[in-house]
Design a protein around this ligand. Structure first.
Ligand code: GDP
Ligand code: GDP
Length: 437
């Protein structure tokens, strides 16, 4: 089940990013952020009363040189498209401005819940001024102060009360959900059509239950069931802001979240770009299965080394994706496309792999024998035992005497040993170190 999304809208300077940061808190670890995605700070995970969700600051979506009113209009439209709950922020200091009214007018068109928040209500005396805001026609205004952290709790209480029922699972567990992500023009739509076009039975084209995404279910040659998650509105292009880089990243992130396996599509003609690394990094951080698909392979003049060279380049640019298989395809000539379903299936199986504790601990014991654990001030890191605690992605807890002695390099060594021993191709694995109680 994908996490609900809360989008923040409003004209500039009302305090959107201040409130975004309040809601998100400092949960984002910059150290972990290999991709740079989270540093953009327009889309981030948050939690309130045990409910997890994602927050979008639409103010951070730069729509280029569009006039001011067009920008906020498009930001509001993006919120309407992407969010389950919209928080519309205004400021008590300026009262209702023309720009606020413009945003409100756009929001009238949505059936999604809109919460009206009046920011900069820094002290109780200012609360009387919020009643004017009923005039916006969006219901009861919530007085808040982003900089003082006031009223945010009530606002979030209201937001989570509108979340879709989380007991509703979208698809059966046996169905493999995947998506194709990548920059505009790498050939995602062409690949989708080519994959679906050939002798494959399309079971249904279902409109996503909770969102506007159009997913396509189909059955592979061996009977496995797949659902292709629509990315970037591939089959209903045409929005003015569709090609905005930040927006396409945002849509990719939403698709990644709903997927088991993510196909990161690169364009052989153009090579690897910064944005490719960003979305791939997000899929990695989200613990999804990853396959790197180099499309437009037909466009290159090739010799015996072309593929190897391209692969080396990918490996050096995507260091953290060393586990991801790479496939060179062409949507135009359909070269190697028939291999995709079986690779997707294999990666999905690896995501769900469970390793018996006894076998796992043998591997750990062997590893420690081969490369002794680190020592510090005469003390040695002792590993007592390890156990797998989760799948999707496979997650292992290693119980030790002193967790802080588990250095990154040793943890990486253990991870590699586990990878060597089992078939985790295509999936990240997580290693957590805990003190034995
Ligand atoms: P955005 O453009 O909507 O993202 O607005 P920002 O979050 O950048 O805030 C704009 C300005 O308003 C900044 O100078 C903030 O410090 C200030 N600000 C944000 N929240 C509050 C608040 O609750 N009270 C007051 N007095 N100022 C605030
Ligand atoms: P998207 O924006 O990622 O969905 O990309 P499209 O599927 O719309 O493709 C962008 C352009 O690349 C179109 O003109 C396609 O015809 C072309 N294209 C897509 N795949 C291939 C391919 O494998 N080989 C060649 N030569 N062109 C391709």
């Amino acid at each position: 089940m994908a996490k609900p999304v809360v989008a923040i809208v409003g004209r500039p300077n009302v305090g959107k990013s201040t409130i975004f940061n309040r809601i998100v808190g400092e949960r984002i670890s910059i150290v972990e952020d290999v991709s740079g995605v989270t540093r953009d700070r327009i889309y981030a995970p948050a939690e309130w009363l045990g409910k997890e969700f994602n927050v979008i600051d639409t103010g951070g979506i730069d729509l280029g040189d569009e006039p001011f009113l067009e920008q906020i209009k498009h930001q509001a439209e993006i919120a309407m498209e992407e969010a389950d709950v919209i928080i519309f922020i205004t400021s008590v200091k300026e009262h209702i401005t023309d720009a606020d009214e413009n945003v409100a007018k756009i929001l009238y068109r949505t059936k999604k819940p809109v919460l009206l928040a009046i920011n900069k209500v820094d002290n109780p005396e200012m609360r009387n001024d919020i009643f004017d805001f009923y005039a916006l026609g969006l219901g009861e205004p919530f007085p808040i102060s982003g900089s003082h952290g006031l009223g945010i709790g009530d606002l979030l209480d209201a937001a989570i009360s509108h979340f879709p029922d989380d007991s509703e699972e979208e698809y059966d567990d046996s169905v493999i959900k995947f998506s194709l992500i990548g920059r505009p023009n790498v050939g995602k739509s062409s690949l989708v059509n080519a994959i679906l076009g050939e002798d494959r039975v399309i079971v249904s084209s279902v409109a996503g239950t909770t969102r506007d995404a159009i997913d396509t279910a189909f059955v592979g040659e061996d009977g496995s069931e797949f659902v292709m998650i629509d990315t970037a509105g591939m089959r209903k292009k045409g929005k003015v802001y569709e090609n905005t880089e930040k927006y396409s990243v945002l849509r990719a992130l939403r698709a990644i979240e709903r997927s088991d396996v993510v196909l990161v599509v690169l364009n052989a003609e153009e090579g690897i770009r910064e944005q490719d690394k960003k979305v791939a990094g997000y899929a990695h951080e989200a613990g999804k299965g990853i396959i790197i698909v180099v499309n437009k392979w037909d466009t290159l003049d090739k010799d015996n080394h072309t593929m190897k060279k391209f692969e080396e380049q990918i490996r050096s640019e995507f260091l953290y994706l060393s586990y991801a298989p790479i496939i060179f395809v062409s949507a135009l000539t359909k070269q190697r496309l028939n291999k995709l379903p079986e690779i997707i299936e294999r990666v999905s199986m690896n995501q769900n792999l469970r390793i018996q504790s006894s076998v796992l601990n043998e591997v750990i014991l062997d590893s420690v024998a081969m490369n002794p654990t680190p020592t510090d001030k005469g003390k040695r890191l002792r590993i007592y035992y390890a156990t797998q605690v989760a799948v999707k992605p496979p997650t292992f807890v290693v119980f030790v005497n002193e967790p802080e002695m588990m250095h990154f390099s040793y943890s990486r060594f253990l991870e590699n040993r586990i990878r060597d021993a089992f078939t985790f191709e295509g999936t990240p694995i997580h290693l957590i170190t805990r003190r034995r109680k």
